[in-house]
Write a protein that binds this ligand. Structure first.
Ligand code: ZN
Length: 85
């Protein structure tokens, strides 16, 4: 006799073992979502955050650039910064 065990699995919506989590609220979202996030409020929040981080990165880059320029200038001896009051 041959015993065959067939398990039927119902797919409801999407496979739970293969999913992503919303980057904003951590909720479960389908794996095809890229970037993974809920529609609506989370998407808006993500856009806001991205915009903010872009501005933050730009400010940092400018600061580092200014610092390097300042160091180069002081190293070359051009217009030493008035450190002594
Ligand atoms: Zn979300």
């Amino acid at each position: 006799m041959i015993a065959t065990s067939t398990k039927k699995r119902r797919d409801e919506g999407f496979d739970v073992s293969n999913h992503k989590h919303c980057v904003i609220c951590g909720g479960v979202v389908p794996p095809e979502k890229d970037p993974p996030m809920c529609e609506g409020t989370c998407e808006e929040e993500f856009m806001k955050r991205q915009k903010r981080s872009k501005t933050f990165n730009m400010v940092w880059m400018l600061m580092i650039f200014a610092l390097i320029a300042l160091m180069m200038f002081s190293f070359l001896g051009f217009g030493a910064p008035p450190a002594t009051p």
